[in-house]
Design a binder for this molecule. Structure first.
Ligand code: PAF
Length: 288
């Protein structure tokens, strides 16, 4: 069975724009689920959430080269187009926008969308240019697919915050839906990159969730100094083999600026390399 007999696939931006226009004119609400693919249960939850709120669901399936740095995993990013299309169809995706790179970035392409302050923290520090790549492709997808709403996971907390900022600043008439992180039974956040972990690294990957639990416990016991919390959870993470901390920050959930003392609500964000795999996770710490 060919993949296009599983679900309707559109590769041209012009055709997608024309199809979206007709769907809009028929009065239907378009929901967008943008993804790099290699779908797991976390992604399927995003589809469920956008399906609930919209009449026509478009999934964009595009491994966006401009959001990967020169030494990052663009080439080896896991891909399973046929599997993704089957899963998406099963969860009620109506159409897939799957452009080739040359369609999104033709010769002569030279525009970017850049969000300023909040991209300078957390992953913005260790992945220069990453968020510019994300906002540029997401803005393009919004213009091509013309959704009424789009769904993003809270595991990429900063990405969600950056996209909300872009939508607000540029007056984009699109509702952004954030969906809580889906975890494996032992607590590891679902991620396409978990596939890179071998058995031993998989055990060490659990250190991120254990660290977040420890931080909440310390806060619950009255610790307010973020540097003390960060020291304790860094030690915990580094006690697991193969771990290397990229960053651990406790910050304001709106501005993403570091804080010295816990606020009523603070964001703990972590990026940890386990072997060669960079994992991120986050949680909100509430006090008072
Ligand atoms: O989170 C992702 O999968 C990607 O960053 C996105 C939003 C699809 C843009 O390429």
């Amino acid at each position: 069975m060919g993949i296009d007999s599983i679900i309707e696939i559109i590769e041209s931006s012009q055709e997608m724009q024309a199809r979206s226009e007709v769907i809009r004119l028929s009065g239907k609400k378009i929901g967008l689920f943008p993804t790099l693919g290699f779908l797991h249960e976390g992604h399927l939850e995003l589809i469920r959430q956008v399906r609930k709120r919209s009449d026509f669901v478009v999934m964009s399936l595009f491994v966006n080269p401009i959001q990967f740095g020169p030494n990052e995993d663009f080439e080896k990013y896991p891909r399973d187009t046929e599997g993704d299309l089957t899963k998406a169809k099963g969860k009620g995706v109506d159409m897939v926008f799957m452009p080739p790179v040359s369609e999104m970035y033709p010769a002569g392409f030279q525009s970017v969308v850049r969000v300023d302050n909040i991209t300078k923290h957390l992953c913005g520090r260790s992945r220069p240019g990453h968020f510019e790549g994300v906002t540029t492709v997401v803005a393009k997808l919004f213009n091509i697919i013309k959704p009424h709403m789009a769904v993003f996971g809270q595991k990429d907390f900063q990405q969600l915050a950056v996209i909300r900022r872009m939508v607000k600043d540029l007056n984009m008439d699109i509702e952004i839906i954030g969906v809580p992180t889906i975890r494996e039974p032992d607590g590891l956040a679902m991620s396409s990159r978990n596939k890179y972990l071998n058995q031993e690294e998989r055990k060490s990957a659990l250190s991120l969730k254990k660290a977040m639990d420890m931080a909440s416990k310390l806060a619950g016991e009255g610790e307010r100094e973020t540097k003390n919390i960060i020291t304790s959870i860094s030690e915990l993470i580094l006690s697991y083999p193969f771990t290397n901390i990229d960053y651990i920050n406790i910050c304001d959930p709106d501005t993403l600026e570091d804080i010295n003392l816990l606020k009523e609500q603070s964001l703990l964000a972590l990026a940890v390399r386990v072997g060669n795999t960079r994992l991120i996770d986050n949680c909100l710490i509430n006090i008072g």
